[in-house]
Write a protein that binds this ligand. Sequence first.
Ligand SMILES: *Cc1c(COP(=O)(O)O)cnc(C)c1O
Length: 239
Amino acid sequence: MGVDEDGLVTRRTEIEQGLAGVRERISRACASAHRPDDVTLVVVTKTYPASDVRILAELGVRDVGENRHQEAASKFAECADLGLSWHMIGQLQRNKAAAVVRWADVIETIDRPELADAVGRSAVAYGAERDVLLQVNLDQPVRAERGGCAPEDVRALCDHVAAVTGLQVRGVMGVAPHPGEPEEAFARLARIAAEVREVIPGATVLSAGMSDDLEAAIAHGATHVRVGSAVLGRRPTLQ
Ligand SMILES: *Cc1c(COP(=O)(O)O)cnc(C)c1O
């Protein structure tokens, strides 16, 4: 079982083990933080094939993350029967908004008003509301090429996106500086998330933490972690 006739560990077993390890880490981090074990695991499937997405679904994963719209669109088409929730976690250009709303249930990388407007218009045209997160840049100083809104601009972005038809602001998303100190960055993100909730009480999602820093994110209130390599293995190319 889990080993094919040549004695090789099957991909399913590999993924099952990766997933068990990450779920265990999440449970332990929740226990240490005296939180209920209710953090949502978004498995980041970028660069991995649709067959892996299918295995993940069989193993109980409900949320997957992708960062390139073209790769995601074709994987989504192959996996449309699985009923998964697809998260766009990559930087997004306005001219890709119409393509992204066709596969993404949640767009985690809204970082400027014009992008929100484009995604909102596309969602309305497609006939489906989309959940969005406001991406906050946690680099100090802010590094625009990494995506994300500067912390001091989040309030204005929040006010703007709250009024865009077709979008529901569900919370905030951030990527820790690299190299950097995730604890301090996630503490800042948690404060910004609280400010956003003052404007939009229903914006309760805090998407933070990846393979290397999910414990720090959970300690600072992450409701969602986005984990790729710790579940699926190291990606062949830098992403
Ligand atoms: C690739 C990626 C992840 C997952 O990274 P791992 O280190 O493989 O867990 C999470 N968030 C974003 C925005 C990513 O691009």
